[in-house]
Design a protein around this ligand. Structure first.
Ligand SMILES: Nc1nc2c(c(=O)[nH]1)N[C@H]1C(S)=C(S)[C@@H](COP(=O)(O)O)O[C@H]1N2
Ligand SMILES: [Mo]
Length: 397
């Protein structure tokens, strides 16, 4: 008799019968179709996050084959905005998905056969990796490094590969289940007696709530990247118009320990390396060179970005003066001596672009000390970490 009840039940709700309590997990929201819809949505947000993350990583640690164009100037702004927004939207999606499927973690027997075992074991890197990525990404955009006793970018990069690998295994293992879950009519998939009349939230309502949470989080945390939405970004760690010259500062001159050297009248810009005619310039001489102006964004990898007007000397003019031809690779060195971002490498595509310059002015005023006075690198379509401030040296490689 007991057996009959158990087998009837397991036919109706196979995922909710385990060794623990027979009638646990009665919510109709623990169902295959909802799990599938959430899974597909997460597949899209995770893939977006992964692809845009690879671009960002490629820019910061370029392999020899990696080419990233200087135009369109706002492309990286879009990809990095998508990276952070898709990560944030994934948080409520992942929590919802885990809640919908958790009764299945108690199904009995835990491992049925080899395929089932592979599928279940791959959940460890999948869920673990996903939680790790979303947590470290969030604390990174919040500038809270204490919970990360490792170098963020390296860990975030490698765990991304593990997570995506586990995701592919998961998709392959679940393809048939997902297909049949989607083929079933939503109402038909609900078990008798488990209809929406005795449970407040319908599947559609549940998905709506998850989507709304994701939307609100993305807007309030990253909305400031899109100027008209600036006011809504109440949770954003950086407010994009707050700071000297209406631009936030990521590392101030005091933090970088460059205040004295940046204001020293003895400051010289040095152009050297593989050049036929190395030279130095005083700030006055740099100001006397033909100036160029361009509207270019600063896009921090941490998700904020803002457009600004820059005026200064194109790097290619400085190189031509040293007798350097096109296609040069240049190391741009800061007065700062020991920061992670004290130098950056300019590849040929960016050196050649006329908007790549050593800026002396920002939004119509001489550059603020915190924005890189006496001069800072500004390039189209690159990450903020590569926009070196307080530049002292161009070394042609
Ligand atoms: N020398 C130096 N340049 C630097 C940095 C730094 O720490 N040191 N930070 C970079 C980062 S992470 C960003 S996002 C931009 C921000 O420029 P801003 O402070 O003028 O807005 O500067 C970049 N240039
Ligand atoms: Mo940054």
């Amino acid at each position: 008799m007991v057996r009959a009840t158990r087998s009837t039940l397991s036919r109706l709700r196979p995922s909710s019968v385990g060794p623990v309590i027979e009638d646990a997990f009665t919510s109709p929201l623990h169902d295959e179709r909802l799990a599938t819809v959430l899974g597909i949505t997460l597949g899209v947000t995770f893939t977006t996050c992964f692809a845009t993350g690879l671009i960002s990583h490629g820019l910061q640690h370029p392999p020899s084959w990696f080419r990233w164009p200087a135009r369109p100037v706002n492309l990286y702004r879009v990809t990095q905005g998508l990276h952070v927004a898709s990560g944030i939207v994934s948080i409520p999606l992942l929590l919802a998905k885990l809640w919908v499927v958790y009764p299945r973690f108690w199904t009995w027997p835990p491992l049925r056969d080899v395929t089932h075992a592979v599928e279940r074991i791959s959940l460890i890197p999948l869920v673990g990796g996903a939680l790790f990525q979303l947590f470290t990404g969030t604390v990174n955009i919040a500038y809270w490094y204490r919970p990360m006793p490792f170098f963020f970018t390296v860990a975030h990069f490698w765990v991304a590969w593990i997570t995506i690998g586990a995701l592919l295994i998961h998709i392959a293992a679940k393809l048939t289940t997902a297909r049949s879950a989607l083929a079933n009519h939503p109402m038909a998939a609900e078990s008798p007696g488990q209809g929406r009349e005795d449970h407040g939230l319908s599947r559609r309502g549940f998905m709506g709530a998850v989507a709304a949470t994701g939307g609100v989080l993305a807007l309030t945390m990253t909305g400031d990247t899109i100027a008209p939405l600036d006011r809504l970004a109440v949770l954003a760690p950086r407010r994009v118009r707050h700071g000297p010259q209406h631009l936030p500062v990521n590392r101030s001159a005091t933090e970088a320990d460059v205040v004295a050297r940046a204001q020293d009248p003895g400051y010289r810009l040095v152009v050297e390396g593989r050049v036929s005619n190395p030279y130095t310039l005083t700030l006055r001489e740099l100001r006397a060179m033909p100036q160029h102006s361009a509207g270019l964004p600063i896009t921090c990898v941490e998700g904020w970005s803002t457009a600004a007007r820059w005026r200064g000397v194109p790097v290619r003019d400085l190189l031509a003066r040293a007798g350097v031809g096109p296609h040069a690779r240049v190391r741009v060195q800061s007065l700062e001596t020991n920061g992670t971002y004290a130098h950056s490498i300019l590849d040929a595509l960016h050196t050649e672009d006329r908007d790549t310059m050593l800026a002396l002015e920002l939004n119509g005023e001489p550059l603020d000390l915190d924005h890189g006075f006496p001069c800072r690198l500004i390039t189209p379509n690159r990450a903020g970490v590569l926009q070196t401030k307080w530049v002292s040296r161009l070394v042609v490689q």
